[in-house]
Design a binder for this molecule. Structure first.
Ligand code: PMM
Length: 265
């Protein structure tokens, strides 16, 4: 079965949560609801990585996420920490997180790989070419999926050289990160090339701009429409053999995956 990572953003500025879960109690309740709906991992983030987002200090980030991780872990939920900062990754693992989700694949913080190696956590590495503010300036490719696979392979080598066993790695082609519009579809169409690299593959399309751009523009692009589009990409990604999908609407994706798996037989 394809796993489902439920997104718990503990930030005041994520485009999709709008600060609704800044409050610790509400973030925990949201996480527990996603777990009940079928999330296999809860992905906790305290700094928005959306294009154009401002960065926050590791101290602010940790003040947001650590209490949430402690409570969700105590409730028995498997937790990952979505962070670019080594100090936050280390603190999150001490608080109970089992996976470090680094969308930069180790490029944003030179201390990250050593911190993950030391922590014993699994390490999800994303394809990335720079911070949010200027990521689109780097969206130049000749063959998108091939280049993304090549760069992920470099990140895998660096992780291994830092003492992180390949069995601890999860790779993610970074949909929306330094990729504009059509380039995201090129990545998804080429998912086989990412799966062929070997490690477990995670994919995050949830509510992203390239989906909205693809939908009929005649009516407002609501969250509901973005979630339906996300459920469809989840089902199609499952057929390409991805290990897990990272989504906001866990219930919709759970149903979409059940249908996709029934089709597979
Ligand atoms: N996307 C976002 C944040 N974290 N992590 C992984 N592994 N893959 C992604 O595609 C990814 C991520 C940005 O989305 P959000 O602001 O809706 O959380």
């Amino acid at each position: 079965m394809t796993g489902i990572w439920g997104i718990v953003n503990v930030t005041p500025d994520s485009f999709s949560d709008g600060g609704r879960y800044l409050d610790v109690e509400r973030a925990v309740a949201h996480g527990l609801r996603l777990r009940a709906e079928g999330a296999t991992v809860l992905d906790i983030g305290g700094e928005s990585t959306r294009p154009g987002a401002d960065r926050v200090t590791p101290e602010v980030e940790q003040a947001r996420v650590i209490p949430v991780i402690e409570q969700l872990t105590a409730a028995g939920a498997p937790v990952s920490i979505d962070t670019l900062n080594a100090s936050t990754a280390a603190a999150a693992v001490r608080a109970g997180a089992r996976i470090v989700n680094d969308v930069s694949g180790g490029l944003a913080d030179p201390e990250m790989r050593a911190a993950v190696a030391e922590s014993g956590a699994d390490y999800a590495i994303g394809h990335w070419r720079g911070f949010s503010a200027d990521m689109y300036a780097n969206a130049e490719y000749r063959r998108v999926a091939r280049e993304v696979a090549g760069e992920l392979k470099e990140r895998m080598g660096e992780a291994a050289a830092s003492g992180i066993a390949p069995s601890r790695l999860i790779i993610d082609p970074g949909v929306g990160f330094a990729k504009a519009g059509q380039q995201n579809w090129d990545v998804l169409r080429g998912l086989d090339e990412i799966v062929a690299l070997g490690p477990r593959v995670l994919i995050g399309t949830s509510r992203k701009r390239f989906l909205a751009e693809t939908l009929d523009q005649g009516e407002p692009i609501t969250e509901t429409r973005r979630d339906l589009a996300t459920a469809v990409t989840s089902a199609l990604a499952a057929r390409s053999g991805v290990w897990a999908v990272r989504v906001h609407d866990v219930a919709a994706t759970r149903d979409a995956l059940a249908i996709a798996h029934a089709w597979e037989g």
